[in-house]
Design a protein around this ligand. Structure first.
Ligand SMILES: [Fe+2]
Length: 388
């Protein structure tokens, strides 16, 4: 096989209570004053309290930018960067879901790179290493704490800009499952399916590689094994630990082998209908799996096995079908709302489907899918996702 690179943060700390090490870890970076990028909801829930205490104990100063209230936008990045510079900060600390972490990633590279974040859209356009950066996720979902991607929305043009560069990988990720205990059911479900989608797409991606396969399969096993329990009882610590470990591993997997058709199609649903990312993935994952599995049945059969399905005595194709069934059952069990239930307008979807398919293809992700999809097939899949 051809040579492949594999990127992860230089330091990864996983475990319940690990976020209390943030003061010590910030000191190791040589940092003195941090910009904490987060959102108001987490502040109100008290999620930041122990983190602020740990920083104070380590004599690390900090200021807070808590303006991240939707998926990241150009405006958040500019406002956060301004706060960072005005306060003489020397490192970034993201505490939150994918939105806070993605925003902080963009701020970190804009501290050292000229122009605007939009100039770096695409692959490997960033030329300078960013400001020191620690990511502390509070959802078990995006895996953004370990990936080389950020997605920033240009709200004026309704476009989600994907920026990819190893310079976007945080210096350190501190992954503390206790921080996910306060996640409500709907968020647990949506972020969990986002993580499962990362793992599935990383495993079937045409860019899959042996190093990412290990993380992808383990993530599929952990998430499909424990997401129902984490959803059923948010205080089930074992289930929270397993799903968060799964989300972390899924992040490592897709950062190194890419996502595919589901994510390519999901972003336009988010951009045009403001459906949360995990929910639009959930609407697509079943139909896209059924569509894609003939492109690599052996891999989908292995996914079925990792999801706990009994594949003994089945043909590869029968086992691959089970992967789709198993995914659909999981999404039903955790009651993720469908696109009609979310109020997505059918007429608007029909009208926009052609443009959405073009946007999906332009993102590059569908090119990683085991079964390549034409524009017409993507339009059809949007319709199926709506009516399922
Ligand atoms: Fe995702």
């Amino acid at each position: 096989m051809s040579a492949r690179a594999f990127y992860i943060p230089p330091v990864l700390i996983f475990g319940s209570g690990s976020s209390e090490q943030v003061g010590e870890e910030s000191r190791k970076l040589g940092a003195k004053k941090g910009l904490i990028v987060t959102d108001e909801v987490l502040i109100k829930l008290g999620v930041l309290d122990s983190i602020k205490r740990a920083l104070t104990q380590a004599q690390i100063q900090f200021v807070i930018y808590s303006g991240v209230f939707t998926e990241p936008t150009l405006e958040f990045v500019e406002a956060g960067l301004k706060t960072y510079k005005e306060n003489g900060c020397d490192f970034l600390l993201a505490v939150g879901g994918g939105s806070a972490i993605d925003t902080a990633k963009a701020i970190a590279i804009m501290v050292t790179n000229p122009g605007s974040i939009g100039d770096y859209r695409g692959l490997n356009k960033v030329t300078e290493k960013g400001a020191p950066f620690i990511a502390i996720p509070t959802t078990a979902g995006t895996g953004s704490e370990v990936t080389q991607f950020t997605i920033i929305t240009d709200t004026k043009r309704d476009v989600k800009m994907l920026i990819a560069s190893p310079f976007l990988i945080p210096q350190e990720a501190i992954v503390d499952p206790l921080l996910t205990l306060s996640m409500p059911r709907g968020l647990t479900a949506a972020t969990g399916i986002d993580a499962l989608t990362h793992a599935v797409e990383a495993y079937v991606s045409v860019k899959a590689q042996p190093m990412s396969d290990i993380f992808a399969l383990s993530a599929i096993e952990l998430i499909s094994g424990d997401l129902r329990q984490a959803w059923s009882n948010g205080n089930n610590r074992e289930a929270r630990e397993k799903t968060m470990l799964g989300a972390l591993q899924a992040g490592i997997a897709f950062s190194n082998s890419s996502v595919a058709l589901v994510h390519g199609m999901s972003r336009p649903i988010g951009a045009y209908f403001h459906v949360p990312h995990g929910v639009s993935n959930a609407a697509l994952l079943g139909v896209v799996t059924e569509f894609s599995l003939i492109g690599n049945p052996a891999r989908y059969a292995r996914i079925a096995e990792a999801m706990g399905e009994n594949v003994v005595g089945l043909t590869i194709l029968e086992a691959a079908d089970l992967a789709a069934e198993s995914i659909i059952r999981l999404i039903e069990d955790i009651e993720i709302p469908s696109l009609p239930e979310l109020g997505v307008d059918k007429e608007k979807l029909d009208k926009l489907a052609s443009k959405m398919a073009e946007d999906a293809i332009a993102s590059g992700s569908p090119g990683n899918n085991p079964r390549q999809a034409t524009k017409e097939e993507i339009i059809e899949l949007y319709k199926l996702a709506y009516s399922q």
